[in-house]
Design a protein around this ligand. Structure first.
Ligand code: GRF
Length: 205
């Protein structure tokens, strides 16, 4: 009997794409039953695009120039994702807030990774926020995207210890290592059909 068809992922990026790389590597290693149909970037010079191309993944540069509002930009993103038949959208360092146009098009099917243990330190510079606050532990969170900023149902979290002499850079590097394990693991749960969302609660079944 043939296995289940690979889940079609669309990955949105803005930067270096180390999380994208971790996901590509997990798929290529046969750990996740998925295929990346397209990588979309709002930045033409994002290194993530080079990573995608070197693995033969189609890339789309979709800049925000010419769009006066988020809805207009997102409507085009949704069109592109639909064109590629995307089932699960992955925000891997995508530095734009999504409008309801995107969120409603993919209900509980957009995943984001945030470099803190939400609900602590949402928004930008989460690692510096953690240092400023003086927490002993921080980490990363994979969550579904809803209408708020970093507020959607939490799928998976990993804890990272804060060291006395940490800088924003050293802490970010340690959190990224955790991200590269956590994001593929959360995507695997989803594609294996092991996630059930009940309101804010994500049950692993
Ligand atoms: C990660 O730290 C992630 O938590 C945040 O953006 C960064 C993306 O890094 N959302 P990369 O482009 O995957 O290297």
């Amino acid at each position: 009997m043939p296995g289940k068809a690979p889940c079609k992922l669309g990955v949105l990026v803005s930067g270096s794409g180390t999380n994208l790389q971790a996901i590509i590597d997990s798929i290529e290693a046969g750990q996740i039953n998925a295929s990346i149909c397209c990588v979309i970037s709002n930045k033409a010079d994002a290194y993530a695009l080079t990573r995608a191309k070197s693995h033969g993944i189609p890339v789309v540069i979709h800049e925000n120039k010419g769009f006066t509002d988020r809805q207009g930009y997102d409507a085009v993103t949704v069109e592109i994702l639909r064109e590629y038949g995307v089932e699960l959208v992955i925000l891997a360092g995508f530095m734009r807030i999504l409008s309801e146009t995107m969120v409603n098009a993919f209900p509980n099917a957009i995943m984001n990774i945030h470099p803190a243990l939400l609900p602590a330190f949402p928004g930008l510079h989460a690692q510096q926020q953690a240092l400023n606050y003086g927490v002993r532990y921080t980490g990363c969170t994979v969550h579904f995207v809803d209408g708020g900023t970093d507020t959607g149902p939490i799928i998976m979290q990993s804890v990272v210890q804060v060291e006395q002499d940490d800088t924003e850079d050293s802490l970010s590097a340690r959190i990224q290592k955790a991200e590269h394990r956590t994001f593929p693991a959360a995507i695997k749960l989803y594609v294996d059909g092991k996630i059930k969302v009940e309101g804010r609660q994500v049950r692993i079944i």
